[in-house]
Ligand binder design. Structure first.
Ligand code: G3P
Length: 216
């Protein structure tokens, strides 16, 4: 499973990139706004750090404007994947951009029928938001399972990206459900490394090693 970071913060991206296990980045208008830079400048800077799929979202809501904005975003760098919201006009834009060879991540997906429409329109990635479903007492992970099953059944190449992830258990469950990608806030990426037994175990190994040196 690919691991993406869900952030537009360059410090977080640089720090995480040092481990060599981050495959891509997802952004959205909220994350870009938090950094106080223009969408294009921030996306360009992110592309300079991570060599992988970098999702950049349009803010237009009408199909022809989304297509125009999508083309502009795609021209920033070969690794840019254009993010389009799963609304009626969005599906028209996905069909057009995909037919031009521009890769599209369809975002704000909350149901399997929506995901089926995105795949039929040629989406490269579908992004179901599992945390926001959990917030409404709906089982977000069931949506990942349903979409993976539907895409597998009909052979759609669209990758399933588990978005709106809130903790390491979401990462485990998304992997078990067959998601191709999980996009994580920097905090969740950090939490993936930690287990108290790892720290206790290493402390004991090193203490025993140093003791053995004294006995030698
Ligand atoms: O970037 C899309 C998604 O991952 C946002 O997550 O935490 O705002 O629901 P969240």
């Amino acid at each position: 499973m690919k691991i993406f970071l869900d952030t537009a913060n360059l410090d977080q991206i640089r720090k995480a990139a040092e481990y060599g296990v981050v495959d891509g980045i997802t952004t959205n208008p909220s994350l870009i706004a938090a950094e106080g830079a223009s969408n294009a400048d921030q996306i360009r800077a992110i592309c300079d750090i991570i060599d992988g799929d970098i999702s950049a979202e349009v803010v237009a809501t009408e199909a022809t404007d989304m297509v125009r904005e999508g083309r502009e975003l795609a021209s920033i760098h070969d690794n840019v994947v254009v993010k389009i919201p799963l609304i009626r006009e969005g599906i028209k834009a996905v069909k057009q951009l995909s037919s031009e060879g521009i890769r599209v991540n369809v975002t704000l997906c909350f149901s399997a029928p929506q995901a089926l429409l995105a795949a039929k329109a040629g989406a490269y990635i579908i992004s179901p938001f599992i945390g926001r479903l959990d917030d409404l007492a709906s089982e977000g992970m069931d949506l990942i399972r349903d979409i993976v099953t539907i895409y597998d059944t009909y052979g759609y190449p669209t990758q399933v990206l588990a978005a709106s992830i809130r903790g390491p258990l979401h990462v485990r469950d998304a992997a078990l459900a067959g998601a191709h990608i999980a996009t994580l806030p920097a905090k969740v990426f950090d939490q993936m490394f930690s287990h108290p037994l790892t720290d206790i175990g290493l402390e004991k190994f090193l203490a025993d090693y140093h003791k053995s040196l004294q006995n030698a």
